[in-house]
Design a protein around this ligand. Sequence first.
Ligand code: PCG
Ligand code: ZN
Length: 384
Amino acid sequence: KLYNTKGNIINISPQLAPNSPHSCYKLEVVAADCNSELLGILHFSTRELLGNRKIKILCCCRQWEDAEIMVLLQVMYTDLDFISTFNIELDVLQQFLYEVYRRYNNIPFHNFKHCFCVTQMMYGLIWLTDLRSEMDSIDLLIMLTSAVCHDLDHTGYNNAYQINARTELALRYNDISPLENHHCAVAFEILEKTESNIFRNLSTEQFKRIREGIIKCILATDMTRHTEILNKFKAILPVFDFSDKDHRDVLMMIMIKVSDISNEARPMDVAEPWLDCLLQEFFNQSDMEKLEGLPVTPFMDRDKVTKPSSQTGFIRFVLFPLFTELANLFPCLEKALDYYTEMEKALEREKQNWTQSEKMVKPSNLKEPEAHPEPGGMTKPVNL
Ligand SMILES: Nc1nc2c(ncn2[C@@H]2O[C@@H]3COP(=O)(O)O[C@H]3[C@H]2O)c(=O)[nH]1
Ligand SMILES: [Zn+2]
């Protein structure tokens, strides 16, 4: 149930059918109580409301209260039939989501709203690719729950920092994906408690399979494994077989990776504030690295990175190739791919404009910013 700011209940019936790469689902408002306040909260446009009354929830979750986000996450579990299929009690699901919410930190980027965005993208992709006809409910439950839990208790400092600063996490996990191991361990800590264990009515065998799947998915979000996982996917693509567990496992890893880095697939007015948050977190880290005399992560250095330099390389070398491969498996994603292609062209134009204006204002002895996150945190010159 959703409430408007006056405390009135708004009945919303979920409707499936994502219809673009950046709208995950539509909701139909069935209550008469749609006043302008509600429109404000939900970001509805009046035209959409007065039209066929099918409302597209925009991907911007910044206006949403955390409690509303928890309701939306709950709707996703209901909508994918997990509640009935796995006999999940609503209060347990709510408790689970609340614990998840509590274990995300109040940091610029890797916070609860990021968790929601990634989960929303996963949910949207599941419908968009009609994955329900190819994979069983357990796999889908693994994918959605992994998205929900994938950055639990992120501190805002990446693995390179953890390792260089010899943090407790790096020590505990011997420098092997310290953060992702931690996110996953926190997830299972939450699931250890009966009152928040959404899998408590499953058999031991089912739980085992889910645990294995979630661990695989969350560990796959470590970007130092990007090339390894992408190459695995490319290798099996020509013979991809949904009945082969190994193939499904790789696809699940690709799906969570795509969801994790898909902010740029959202409308510009949504994507850009997210980039600001990411850069803020990056800059905080590099400031700390400088302060502590640790190696400074180049793509996080406020003296080297600009918004365009950060995004052009990331989209071209990381996001685009990943999405292209996924679209090879799901031709229905081609439309979305066109969207990225257009974005690439726009970026190229933007970069040219930017370089020209830089030339006009920049003294010639200043070097071009060259840093951007590469898989594994390496940097590569942007060659446009
Ligand atoms: N430059 C850039 N990096 C991103 C973007 N989205 C995600 N990333 C990076 O990809 C990483 C995925 O894993 P993390 O969440 O640990 O940290 C994320 C960022 O470092 C983006 O839009 N731009
Ligand atoms: Zn993430």
